[in-house]
Design a protein around this ligand. Structure first.
Ligand code: ZN
Length: 399
Protein backbone atom coordinates (compact mmCIF):
# COMPACT_ATOMS: atom_id res chain seq x y z
CA UNK A 1 0.00 0.00 0.00
CA UNK A 2 1.28 3.48 -0.86
CA UNK A 3 2.16 5.71 2.06
CA UNK A 4 1.96 8.94 0.04
CA UNK A 5 -0.22 10.12 -2.82
CA UNK A 6 1.85 9.71 -6.02
CA UNK A 7 0.45 13.00 -7.33
CA UNK A 8 0.23 15.51 -4.44
CA UNK A 9 2.48 13.59 -1.99
CA UNK A 10 0.04 13.86 0.91
CA UNK A 11 0.73 11.11 3.46
CA UNK A 12 -1.77 8.38 4.26
CA UNK A 13 -1.73 9.43 7.90
CA UNK A 14 -3.16 12.89 7.16
CA UNK A 15 -5.10 13.80 10.33
CA UNK A 16 -8.37 14.27 8.40
CA UNK A 17 -8.09 10.78 6.89
CA UNK A 18 -6.92 10.13 3.32
CA UNK A 19 -7.54 7.33 0.85
CA UNK A 20 -4.83 6.63 -1.73
CA UNK A 21 -4.91 4.44 -4.86
CA UNK A 22 -2.08 3.82 -7.32
CA UNK A 23 -2.79 7.08 -9.20
CA UNK A 24 -3.96 9.63 -6.68
CA UNK A 25 -5.62 10.33 -3.34
CA UNK A 26 -9.13 11.24 -2.31
CA UNK A 27 -8.09 14.91 -2.12
CA UNK A 28 -6.81 14.92 -5.72
CA UNK A 29 -9.94 13.08 -6.88
CA UNK A 30 -12.34 15.52 -5.24
CA UNK A 31 -10.26 18.43 -6.55
CA UNK A 32 -11.16 17.35 -10.12
CA UNK A 33 -14.75 18.28 -9.37
CA UNK A 34 -13.61 21.90 -9.46
CA UNK A 35 -13.22 21.53 -13.23
CA UNK A 36 -16.37 19.49 -13.73
CA UNK A 37 -18.83 21.57 -11.78
CA UNK A 38 -20.72 24.33 -13.54
CA UNK A 39 -19.92 27.02 -10.99
CA UNK A 40 -22.49 29.41 -12.41
CA UNK A 41 -25.18 26.94 -11.33
CA UNK A 42 -23.55 26.71 -7.90
CA UNK A 43 -23.55 30.52 -7.67
CA UNK A 44 -27.28 30.52 -8.42
CA UNK A 45 -27.82 27.88 -5.72
CA UNK A 46 -25.93 30.07 -3.27
CA UNK A 47 -28.00 33.12 -4.25
CA UNK A 48 -31.20 31.19 -3.60
CA UNK A 49 -29.97 30.04 -0.18
CA UNK A 50 -28.73 33.48 0.83
CA UNK A 51 -31.91 35.18 -0.37
CA UNK A 52 -33.79 33.33 2.38
CA UNK A 53 -31.64 35.08 4.98
CA UNK A 54 -31.69 38.56 3.56
CA UNK A 55 -33.64 40.91 5.78
CA UNK A 56 -34.28 44.60 5.48
CA UNK A 57 -31.12 45.31 7.50
CA UNK A 58 -33.12 45.65 10.69
CA UNK A 59 -30.77 43.07 12.15
CA UNK A 60 -27.74 41.07 11.07
CA UNK A 61 -28.31 38.43 8.41
CA UNK A 62 -25.27 36.35 9.25
CA UNK A 63 -22.22 35.91 11.43
CA UNK A 64 -18.85 35.81 9.67
CA UNK A 65 -16.07 34.37 11.85
CA UNK A 66 -12.66 35.82 10.98
CA UNK A 67 -9.06 35.90 12.13
CA UNK A 68 -8.03 38.75 9.82
CA UNK A 69 -6.61 36.30 7.30
CA UNK A 70 -6.50 36.88 3.54
CA UNK A 71 -9.29 34.34 3.13
CA UNK A 72 -11.49 36.38 5.47
CA UNK A 73 -11.21 39.35 3.12
CA UNK A 74 -12.37 37.17 0.25
CA UNK A 75 -15.22 35.66 2.26
CA UNK A 76 -16.42 39.00 3.58
CA UNK A 77 -16.28 40.59 0.13
CA UNK A 78 -18.52 37.79 -1.19
CA UNK A 79 -20.95 38.12 1.73
CA UNK A 80 -21.29 41.86 1.13
CA UNK A 81 -21.57 41.41 -2.63
CA UNK A 82 -24.50 39.08 -1.94
CA UNK A 83 -26.22 41.96 -0.14
CA UNK A 84 -26.10 40.42 3.32
CA UNK A 85 -25.61 42.39 6.49
CA UNK A 86 -22.89 40.57 8.48
CA UNK A 87 -21.73 40.68 12.06
CA UNK A 88 -18.00 39.92 11.98
CA UNK A 89 -16.68 37.93 14.93
CA UNK A 90 -13.02 37.51 15.81
CA UNK A 91 -11.55 35.51 18.68
CA UNK A 92 -8.25 36.93 19.90
CA UNK A 93 -5.72 34.07 19.94
CA UNK A 94 -3.11 36.37 21.55
CA UNK A 95 -0.66 35.25 18.85
CA UNK A 96 -1.13 38.10 16.40
CA UNK A 97 1.86 40.22 15.44
CA UNK A 98 1.67 43.82 14.22
CA UNK A 99 0.78 42.66 10.70
CA UNK A 100 -2.02 40.45 12.06
CA UNK A 101 -3.65 43.34 13.91
CA UNK A 102 -3.25 45.62 10.92
CA UNK A 103 -4.97 43.08 8.72
CA UNK A 104 -7.84 42.62 11.15
CA UNK A 105 -8.42 46.34 11.74
CA UNK A 106 -8.14 47.06 8.06
CA UNK A 107 -10.66 44.30 7.29
CA UNK A 108 -13.38 45.80 9.47
CA UNK A 109 -12.70 49.41 8.50
CA UNK A 110 -12.27 48.79 4.77
CA UNK A 111 -15.57 46.95 4.56
CA UNK A 112 -17.34 49.11 7.17
CA UNK A 113 -18.85 46.25 9.14
CA UNK A 114 -19.88 45.80 12.76
CA UNK A 115 -17.57 43.45 14.63
CA UNK A 116 -16.90 41.73 17.92
CA UNK A 117 -13.46 40.80 19.19
CA UNK A 118 -13.67 38.25 21.94
CA UNK A 119 -10.70 38.39 24.32
CA UNK A 120 -10.80 35.25 26.45
CA UNK A 121 -9.46 35.46 30.01
CA UNK A 122 -5.74 35.31 29.23
CA UNK A 123 -4.83 33.45 32.40
CA UNK A 124 -7.30 30.65 31.65
CA UNK A 125 -6.29 30.71 27.98
CA UNK A 126 -2.60 30.31 28.79
CA UNK A 127 -3.39 27.45 31.18
CA UNK A 128 -5.25 25.68 28.40
CA UNK A 129 -2.44 26.32 25.91
CA UNK A 130 0.09 24.93 28.39
CA UNK A 131 -1.99 21.86 29.01
CA UNK A 132 -2.72 21.37 25.30
CA UNK A 133 1.01 21.56 24.57
CA UNK A 134 1.82 19.03 27.26
CA UNK A 135 -0.88 16.54 26.32
CA UNK A 136 -1.28 16.90 22.58
CA UNK A 137 1.79 18.74 21.26
CA UNK A 138 -0.64 21.38 20.02
CA UNK A 139 -0.76 25.07 20.95
CA UNK A 140 -3.73 26.18 18.86
CA UNK A 141 -6.42 23.87 20.23
CA UNK A 142 -7.80 26.34 22.81
CA UNK A 143 -8.09 28.97 20.06
CA UNK A 144 -9.67 26.48 17.67
CA UNK A 145 -12.21 25.53 20.33
CA UNK A 146 -13.19 29.19 20.68
CA UNK A 147 -12.97 30.05 17.00
CA UNK A 148 -15.38 27.24 16.10
CA UNK A 149 -17.75 27.68 19.07
CA UNK A 150 -17.89 31.38 19.94
CA UNK A 151 -19.39 32.54 16.60
CA UNK A 152 -22.09 29.88 17.03
CA UNK A 153 -22.89 31.22 20.51
CA UNK A 154 -23.09 34.74 19.07
CA UNK A 155 -25.46 33.55 16.34
CA UNK A 156 -27.60 31.77 18.92
CA UNK A 157 -27.71 34.56 21.48
CA UNK A 158 -28.38 37.28 18.91
CA UNK A 159 -30.85 35.17 16.95
CA UNK A 160 -28.80 35.38 13.76
CA UNK A 161 -29.77 32.38 11.64
CA UNK A 162 -26.69 31.92 9.45
CA UNK A 163 -22.94 31.54 9.89
CA UNK A 164 -20.74 31.84 6.81
CA UNK A 165 -17.32 30.20 6.73
CA UNK A 166 -14.78 30.30 3.91
CA UNK A 167 -13.34 26.94 3.03
CA UNK A 168 -14.21 23.51 4.25
CA UNK A 169 -10.75 22.11 4.94
CA UNK A 170 -11.88 18.49 4.94
CA UNK A 171 -13.10 18.89 1.35
CA UNK A 172 -10.19 21.02 0.18
CA UNK A 173 -7.38 19.00 1.73
CA UNK A 174 -8.41 15.35 1.70
CA UNK A 175 -11.64 15.30 -0.30
CA UNK A 176 -13.56 13.77 2.54
CA UNK A 177 -16.83 14.98 1.07
CA UNK A 178 -17.78 15.89 -2.46
CA UNK A 179 -18.49 19.53 -3.32
CA UNK A 180 -21.87 18.20 -4.45
CA UNK A 181 -22.70 17.19 -0.86
CA UNK A 182 -22.49 20.85 0.27
CA UNK A 183 -21.81 19.73 3.82
CA UNK A 184 -22.65 22.23 6.49
CA UNK A 185 -21.06 23.14 9.79
CA UNK A 186 -21.77 20.62 12.53
CA UNK A 187 -20.58 19.70 15.96
CA UNK A 188 -19.29 16.41 14.58
CA UNK A 189 -17.27 18.05 11.82
CA UNK A 190 -15.88 20.59 14.28
CA UNK A 191 -14.64 17.85 16.56
CA UNK A 192 -13.40 15.59 13.78
CA UNK A 193 -11.65 18.18 11.62
CA UNK A 194 -11.08 21.39 13.52
CA UNK A 195 -10.25 19.95 16.90
CA UNK A 196 -8.64 16.63 15.95
CA UNK A 197 -11.02 14.82 18.29
CA UNK A 198 -10.02 16.79 21.35
CA UNK A 199 -12.85 18.31 23.40
CA UNK A 200 -12.39 21.07 25.97
CA UNK A 201 -12.66 18.64 28.88
CA UNK A 202 -9.45 16.95 27.72
CA UNK A 203 -7.56 20.22 28.00
CA UNK A 204 -8.37 20.73 31.64
CA UNK A 205 -7.43 18.83 34.77
CA UNK A 206 -4.01 17.37 35.31
CA UNK A 207 -2.40 20.67 36.18
CA UNK A 208 -4.60 23.17 34.37
CA UNK A 209 -6.15 25.22 37.15
CA UNK A 210 -9.25 26.08 35.22
CA UNK A 211 -12.72 26.53 36.60
CA UNK A 212 -15.24 24.90 34.28
CA UNK A 213 -17.45 28.01 34.53
CA UNK A 214 -14.79 29.99 32.66
CA UNK A 215 -15.10 27.72 29.68
CA UNK A 216 -18.62 28.45 28.44
CA UNK A 217 -17.56 29.79 25.08
CA UNK A 218 -15.04 26.99 24.51
CA UNK A 219 -17.94 24.53 24.30
CA UNK A 220 -20.22 24.17 21.33
CA UNK A 221 -23.78 25.29 22.10
CA UNK A 222 -26.45 22.69 22.73
CA UNK A 223 -27.32 20.98 19.45
CA UNK A 224 -31.03 20.69 20.26
CA UNK A 225 -31.30 24.39 20.98
CA UNK A 226 -29.40 25.21 17.80
CA UNK A 227 -31.61 23.09 15.60
CA UNK A 228 -34.70 24.45 17.33
CA UNK A 229 -33.52 27.93 16.43
CA UNK A 230 -32.68 26.72 12.90
CA UNK A 231 -29.12 28.04 12.82
CA UNK A 232 -27.26 27.02 9.69
CA UNK A 233 -23.55 27.19 8.90
CA UNK A 234 -22.34 27.03 5.34
CA UNK A 235 -18.98 26.98 3.59
CA UNK A 236 -18.49 29.22 0.56
CA UNK A 237 -15.99 26.73 -0.92
CA UNK A 238 -18.94 24.48 -1.78
CA UNK A 239 -20.38 27.18 -4.04
CA UNK A 240 -17.34 29.03 -5.39
CA UNK A 241 -14.40 27.46 -7.23
CA UNK A 242 -11.99 27.72 -4.33
CA UNK A 243 -8.44 28.69 -5.28
CA UNK A 244 -6.79 30.33 -2.25
CA UNK A 245 -3.61 31.62 -3.88
CA UNK A 246 -5.48 33.32 -6.73
CA UNK A 247 -8.21 34.65 -4.42
CA UNK A 248 -5.74 35.94 -1.90
CA UNK A 249 -3.63 37.74 -4.47
CA UNK A 250 -6.78 39.44 -5.63
CA UNK A 251 -7.66 40.82 -2.19
CA UNK A 252 -4.45 42.86 -1.93
CA UNK A 253 -6.47 45.73 -3.38
CA UNK A 254 -8.31 45.97 -0.06
CA UNK A 255 -5.12 46.81 1.86
CA UNK A 256 -4.25 43.38 3.21
CA UNK A 257 -0.54 43.02 4.03
CA UNK A 258 1.03 39.67 3.14
CA UNK A 259 3.73 38.43 5.50
CA UNK A 260 6.91 36.68 4.42
CA UNK A 261 7.75 33.55 6.35
CA UNK A 262 10.59 31.08 6.02
CA UNK A 263 8.44 27.97 6.16
CA UNK A 264 6.35 28.42 3.03
CA UNK A 265 6.01 30.42 -0.15
CA UNK A 266 2.40 31.21 0.80
CA UNK A 267 2.54 34.77 2.14
CA UNK A 268 -1.23 35.09 2.50
CA UNK A 269 -2.52 32.20 4.57
CA UNK A 270 -2.34 33.02 8.27
CA UNK A 271 -0.18 36.07 7.63
CA UNK A 272 0.17 37.95 10.92
CA UNK A 273 0.57 35.04 13.31
CA UNK A 274 3.58 34.74 15.61
CA UNK A 275 3.26 30.96 15.85
CA UNK A 276 1.65 29.56 12.71
CA UNK A 277 4.83 29.06 10.67
CA UNK A 278 7.03 28.75 13.74
CA UNK A 279 6.26 26.66 16.80
CA UNK A 280 2.86 25.53 15.55
CA UNK A 281 4.46 24.23 12.35
CA UNK A 282 7.21 22.42 14.24
CA UNK A 283 4.59 20.73 16.42
CA UNK A 284 2.60 19.79 13.32
CA UNK A 285 5.73 18.03 12.05
CA UNK A 286 6.06 16.21 15.34
CA UNK A 287 2.39 15.18 15.46
CA UNK A 288 1.67 14.24 11.87
CA UNK A 289 5.09 13.95 10.22
CA UNK A 290 4.86 16.87 7.79
CA UNK A 291 4.89 20.65 7.82
CA UNK A 292 2.46 23.27 6.51
CA UNK A 293 4.43 23.58 3.28
CA UNK A 294 3.05 20.17 2.27
CA UNK A 295 -0.51 21.46 2.47
CA UNK A 296 0.49 24.31 0.17
CA UNK A 297 2.40 22.08 -2.23
CA UNK A 298 -0.46 19.55 -2.46
CA UNK A 299 -2.89 22.39 -3.12
CA UNK A 300 -0.73 23.94 -5.85
CA UNK A 301 -0.02 20.60 -7.55
CA UNK A 302 -3.76 20.06 -7.80
CA UNK A 303 -4.29 23.56 -9.16
CA UNK A 304 -1.63 22.82 -11.78
CA UNK A 305 0.83 25.52 -10.75
CA UNK A 306 3.47 23.05 -9.50
CA UNK A 307 4.33 19.71 -11.07
CA UNK A 308 4.61 16.66 -8.87
CA UNK A 309 8.42 16.66 -9.28
CA UNK A 310 8.74 20.37 -8.57
CA UNK A 311 6.71 19.75 -5.41
CA UNK A 312 9.35 17.35 -4.11
CA UNK A 313 12.17 19.83 -4.81
CA UNK A 314 10.33 22.69 -3.13
CA UNK A 315 9.48 20.66 -0.05
CA UNK A 316 13.09 19.50 0.35
CA UNK A 317 14.18 23.10 0.68
CA UNK A 318 11.42 24.28 2.99
CA UNK A 319 11.61 21.17 5.16
CA UNK A 320 14.99 22.33 6.43
CA UNK A 321 13.99 25.86 7.30
CA UNK A 322 14.38 26.85 10.94
CA UNK A 323 11.56 27.98 13.22
CA UNK A 324 11.63 30.71 15.81
CA UNK A 325 10.11 29.10 18.91
CA UNK A 326 11.65 30.92 21.90
CA UNK A 327 9.26 33.94 21.73
CA UNK A 328 6.34 31.54 22.28
CA UNK A 329 7.90 30.21 25.49
CA UNK A 330 8.53 33.77 26.65
CA UNK A 331 4.88 34.62 25.99
CA UNK A 332 3.79 31.56 28.00
CA UNK A 333 6.05 32.58 30.87
CA UNK A 334 8.28 29.50 30.73
CA UNK A 335 11.66 29.86 32.43
CA UNK A 336 14.93 29.41 30.56
CA UNK A 337 15.43 26.06 32.30
CA UNK A 338 11.91 25.00 31.38
CA UNK A 339 12.53 25.95 27.76
CA UNK A 340 15.80 24.00 27.66
CA UNK A 341 14.08 20.99 29.26
CA UNK A 342 11.31 21.09 26.67
CA UNK A 343 13.74 21.20 23.79
CA UNK A 344 15.84 18.39 25.18
CA UNK A 345 13.00 16.05 26.07
CA UNK A 346 10.17 16.92 23.75
CA UNK A 347 11.91 18.25 20.65
CA UNK A 348 15.07 16.14 20.66
CA UNK A 349 14.58 15.02 17.05
CA UNK A 350 13.94 18.55 15.82
CA UNK A 351 16.90 20.49 17.24
CA UNK A 352 18.19 21.22 13.74
CA UNK A 353 14.96 23.08 12.96
CA UNK A 354 15.12 25.44 15.93
CA UNK A 355 16.52 28.89 15.34
CA UNK A 356 18.79 29.62 18.29
CA UNK A 357 20.20 32.95 17.19
CA UNK A 358 18.19 35.93 16.07
CA UNK A 359 15.54 35.07 13.53
CA UNK A 360 16.88 37.57 11.01
CA UNK A 361 20.25 35.82 11.23
CA UNK A 362 18.59 32.44 10.65
CA UNK A 363 16.77 33.87 7.67
CA UNK A 364 19.96 35.27 6.21
CA UNK A 365 21.72 31.94 6.59
CA UNK A 366 18.90 29.94 5.02
CA UNK A 367 19.32 28.72 1.48
CA UNK A 368 17.64 30.93 -1.05
CA UNK A 369 14.84 29.45 -2.96
CA UNK A 370 15.15 29.91 -6.65
CA UNK A 371 13.15 26.90 -7.69
CA UNK A 372 9.70 28.43 -7.38
CA UNK A 373 7.99 27.94 -10.72
CA UNK A 374 6.84 31.18 -12.38
CA UNK A 375 3.21 30.06 -12.07
CA UNK A 376 3.69 30.39 -8.31
CA UNK A 377 5.91 33.46 -8.18
CA UNK A 378 3.50 35.44 -10.32
CA UNK A 379 0.85 34.83 -7.64
CA UNK A 380 3.03 36.41 -4.96
CA UNK A 381 3.47 40.07 -4.10
CA UNK A 382 5.83 42.22 -2.06
CA UNK A 383 5.43 41.11 1.55
CA UNK A 384 6.48 42.47 4.91
CA UNK A 385 8.15 41.09 8.00
CA UNK A 386 6.61 41.48 11.41
CA UNK A 387 8.26 44.10 13.60
CA UNK A 388 6.58 43.04 16.79
CA UNK A 389 5.38 39.55 17.62
CA UNK A 390 2.80 38.46 20.22
CA UNK A 391 0.91 41.74 20.29
CA UNK A 392 -1.69 40.70 22.82
CA UNK A 393 -4.36 43.33 22.10
CA UNK A 394 -5.18 45.44 19.09
CA UNK A 395 -4.49 49.12 19.35
CA UNK A 396 -8.08 50.04 18.70
CA UNK A 397 -9.36 51.58 15.57
CA UNK A 398 -9.04 55.25 14.84
CA UNK A 399 -10.87 56.71 11.93
ZN1 ZN B 1 -3.22 13.49 -3.83
Amino acid sequence: MLSNCPKCHYPLNHPFGLIINEKECSGCLTHKEKDQIDWSIKAEELDIILAKFKKQHSQYDCVVPVVGDAEDYFTLSKVLAAGLSPLVVCVNDYFKNDIGWHNFHNLITYFDVDSFVFNPDIRVYKDLVRSSLRKFDHIMLPFLQLHTAFPVHVAFERKIPLIIWGQNQAVEQVGKFSHYDAVEMSRWSRREHDLFNVETEQLIGNGAQVDIRNLNYYHYPDIKLLSHRGIQGLYLSNYIRWDPLAQNKDILKYGFIPEANMSSFDIYERAGSSVYYHFHDLLKLKRVGYQKIHDHIAREIRHGRITSDEGIKISTIYNHRKKNIKPFFDWLGVTKTGYEWFKLHRLSEYQHLICESSYVECENKSNNLEVLPPRISEMLAPSKRAEKSFVVYGKGVSI
